[in-house]
Ligand binder design. Structure first.
Ligand code: FE2
Length: 386
């Protein structure tokens, strides 16, 4: 008997969709969903804004161009919620978080605007705020520890967070936006021992009945660092979860930023790393082809050539569509990624222009995938576990 998954996979393959890890598919370039989404998310990660030598102005080498561009894009697309997956502040200085508040207000006004779904990363948490060294570190800017504490996030994160965002700081949190559930976890002091993961999973599990998390409707899990085995196994009964994380600064031009850890971690839901949006980044797109990049290797080199990227996620009744944007020159990094949550949804989608109904042969799919992707070839049974 054919499974639903196989049905969706084979049906989509016939329409020119390429299977990716985690149940996602890369849509043909001219494909568009037929309906308006129920919910639109703007997603940023690792913006790393930083102050200059006076401790308050914008660092000359790191202007806000790309974050501002992303905000304009999000405003234009009328997003319902803004996700930031952490490392907003480069040096852990409060002023750097205020930069984000100012950019947010500039785009959306001081009242209302999209719901804030923000995560604290390691740079806010440690932020080199109290580390030695001179220059544009808190230790270099404010020699007096008492004065320094006034300017640094880690000196009193809950107070600073509330001061900037006007919202209470909670180590783990839940928010509901237009009927969709979001769970967030900030950086944990024992992050590298995975200490925050099990309590976070327990927290989500404790809310499963209250929020009807079981089923096909997607819900979102946000963290700065990728979750590992204990977390994925604890939530193995929730294939409808979608986890987003940052931290690595890998380019979303590469489908290998989708992790589906069924084999190694026992996970049953995709973990997607969102690319960085930082000023000193390499541009992961060229005018001729977003996938034949001189900077291909940047996908795997993290800080070496970080990227200036933003994601827009559209949530429909039956699918989730991930748009991968470049916010330097503008445009998309590549075809949208699509995650189907129900079988019937497939039939309601417009067929891509010129796409024939006939099922494509496997060789033609492989040929197509080789021309589409920069490194490796996604295939219909692939999982990626690195
Ligand atoms: Fe970062």
């Amino acid at each position: 008997m054919i499974t639903r998954r196989e049905f969706v996979k084979d049906g989509l393959a016939a329409l020119g969709f390429l299977a990716l890890p985690g149940g996602l598919f890369a849509a043909p370039a001219d494909w568009k969903p037929a309906k308006k989404p129920n919910l639109v998310l703007g997603v940023l990660s690792d913006t790393h804004l930083q102050v200059g030598w006076d401790g308050t102005s914008v660092h000359k080498l790191f202007p806000h161009t790309y974050v501002r561009n992303a905000m304009k894009l999000f405003k234009k697309r009328n997003i319902d919620a803004l996700v930031h997956l952490g490392d907003a502040s480069h040096r852990g200085i409060t002023r750097e978080l205020e930069f984000h508040r100012e950019l947010f207000d500039e785009a959306f006004g001081t009242r209302g605007g999209p719901v804030k779904l923000f995560i604290v990363g390691n740079h806010e948490w440690y932020g080199e705020a109290f580390k030695g060294g001179g220059g544009v570190t808190a230790a270099g800017l404010w020699k007096d520890p008492v004065e320094r504490a006034k300017h640094t996030l880690c000196a009193d994160m809950p107070r600073r967070w509330e001061q900037v965002w006007g919202e209470k700081y909670e180590e783990v949190w839940h928010k509901e936006v237009k009927g969709y559930h979001f769970f967030g976890r900030h950086w944990h002091e024992d992050e590298y021992k995975h200490a925050g993961e099990k309590p976070f999973a327990d927290y989500i599990l404790s809310k499963a009945d209250q929020f009807s998390l079981r089923g096909t409707k997607p819900f979102f899990i946000l963290s700065h660092r990728r979750h590992h085995a204990a977390f994925c196994q604890a939530l193995k009964d929730f294939p409808n979860a979608i986890a987003l994380f940052g931290h690595w600064h890998w380019s979303n031009a590469d489908w290998k930023t989708i992790f589906f850890d069924a084999d190694t971690f026992g996970g049953r839901f995709p973990n997607i790393q969102v690319g960085a949006c930082r000023m000193d980044g390499g541009n992961a797109v060229t005018p001729s082809s977003e996938v034949k990049l001189p900077e291909d290797s940047s996908s795997w080199k993290g800080d070496n050539l970080p990227s200036r990227q933003a994601m827009i996620i559209n949530i429909y009744d039956d699918m989730v569509v991930f748009e991968r944007h470049e916010v330097g020159k503008g445009g998309k990094l590549g075809p949208d990624w699509v995650l189907w949550s129900s079988q019937k949804g497939r039939r309601r989608q417009k067929r891509p222009k010129g796409q024939r109904r006939a099922i494509l042969s496997l060789p033609s799919l492989l040929l197509k995938s080789r021309s589409l992707w920069p490194t490796g070839t996604p295939n219909r049974a692939s999982t990626h576990t690195k």
